[in-house]
Design a protein around this ligand. Structure first.
Ligand SMILES: [Zn+2]
Ligand SMILES: [Zn+2]
Length: 241
């Protein structure tokens, strides 16, 4: 057993790992999720949309109805699970109730299901979708950055946590039309510190809904000189054709 595992074992005796589905202590100890809980997860099944990673009804299609309708500047993407009731609850604990350890399970599954696709992206860096400073203060962490860090470790690709900056707090977006969402967000995102010469990156976020966040981040990165952006998210919503 190496030092890191030894350390993790010691920690898990004091702070036993919580399950990302039932939110109780994982049974059996030492796992990242209870096997019984894992069976309740709706993992995305093939065929999937090449852009957002959601499930498709037919393998004759390349894109979901949403991605066909709107321009997607990102090159492609994958997502782990359907944003159903179980996933929504998991995300709430992960984002708002300090369950940072869930990131390790999400990414472990993403690497299990999508290693081939991830390698195929040939990304040189991983960039998390940023949150505004005031949100960071409230929550204490950026959930996308936690995911990015795990993915960075798993793929052996550097993480660029300051490549994108959210300069303005966006107003609640639920009542906005897709076009308004895009404009609202475009004014709040800008490029930060990006090493020169990077051509291909993976953008990481927790949830994919309308795609406007991913679209805005991609536009900013494209404008900053990165031509190829691929998307990795933990949850994807059902398409609203
Ligand atoms: Zn459980
Ligand atoms: Zn799609």
């Amino acid at each position: 057993m190496d030092m890191e595992n030894l350390w993790e074992n010691a920690i898990s005796l004091i702070y036993p790992r919580r399950c990302p589905i039932c939110h109780d202590i994982v049974q059996p100890r030492g796992k990242k999720i209870c096997p019984a809980c894992r069976r309740k997860v709706h993992f995305i099944e093939q065929p999937t949309c090449k852009k957002c990673g959601t499930e498709l009804e037919s393998s004759r299609e390349e894109l979901c109805p949403d991605c066909k309708k709107r321009h997607r500047s990102f090159d492609g993407g994958i997502s782990l699970m359907l944003y159903d009731k179980i996933a929504r609850e998991s995300m709430t604990w992960f984002k708002y109730h300090g369950r940072q350890e869930y990131a390790a399970w999400y990414i472990e599954e993403i690497l299990y299901y999508y290693r081939k696709e991830l390698l195929h992206f040939r990304a040189e860096a991983i960039i998390p979708v940023p949150v505004h400073k005031s949100r960071l203060r409230e929550r204490g962490y950026n959930q996308a950055e936690l995911l990015g860090r795990e993915l960075s470790r798993g793929l052996g690709i550097p993480l660029l946590p300051r490549a994108l900056l959210r300069t303005k707090k966006t107003v609640a977006q639920k009542e906005l039309t897709p076009a308004e969402r895009l404009r609202n967000m475009e004014s709040s995102m800008q490029a930060g510190t990006i090493p020169q010469g990077i051509q291909r990156v993976i953008l990481v976020d927790d949830i994919y809904t309308t795609g406007s966040t991913a679209e805005v981040c991609t536009r900013v990165l494209n404008a900053a000189g990165i031509p190829h952006v691929f998307l990795v998210t933990v949850c994807v919503g059902e398409t609203r054709a």
